[in-house]
Design a protein around this ligand. Structure first.
Ligand SMILES: Cc1cc2nc3c(=O)[nH]c(=O)nc-3n(C[C@H](O)[C@H](O)[C@H](O)COP(=O)(O)O)c2cc1C
Length: 149
């Protein structure tokens, strides 16, 4: 599959490409309506995320060799937390060391629990600094382990 990068400089350029590709993608250009859509709270089980924006799980492959969050991991998640999305979904994190998909993958175990708790607390703090509260921020960690055949 060939790789393509987006270089749109304006909404018109995006609209033009949508027309050229004969796609049916409606665009919302009214900022108040857009805010109303994205601002809708979402119920997730027993929790409620304060709006409809989510950070998908995205592995950065930049944990420490033993699977704790490293400087770049803290930086990334604090920036996500400041972004405003109310669902912050932490990346695929191995549950056993032999199941790590790469040598820098995060690993959750008793030894690493404190470091991961610190990551969680720092994202809550970063979110509170910008939005005054983190009570409507839902944070999920994706557990994943590759099983060698
Ligand atoms: C660098 C990178 C890392 C990702 N890591 C994960 C991951 O840890 N777990 C997961 O379920 N999806 C992962 N994804 C998939 C994304 O969460 C997302 O579903 C995907 O990029 C498609 O989103 P899009 O349709 O908005 O492009 C990753 C994607 C990227 C680009």
């Amino acid at each position: 599959m060939s790789k393509r990068y987006f270089h749109y400089q304006s909404l018109e350029e995006l609209e033009q490409e949508i027309r050229q590709l004969n796609l049916q993608i409606p665009l919302e250009t009214n900022i108040d309506r857009l805010k109303a859509y994205l601002g809708r709270p979402v119920k997730i089980g027993p929790f409620t995320a304060g709006n409809s924006m989510a950070i998908h799980p995205m592995e950065g492959c930049d944990g420490t060799p033993i699977g704790q969050p490293d400087e770049l991991v803290f930086r990334r998640y604090e920036r996500f937390a400041r972004g405003g999305a109310k669902l912050l979904w932490f990346e695929a994190t191995a549950v056993v060391s032999e199941g790590r998909a790469n040598p820098r993958q995060l690993l959750i175990n008793d030894f690493n629990a404190k470091a991961l708790e610190m990551l969680l607390n720092r994202t809550r703090l970063a979110h509170r600094e910008v939005y005054g509260t983190s009570s409507d921020l839902v944070e999920v960690l994706q557990s994943a382990s590759a099983i060698p055949f």
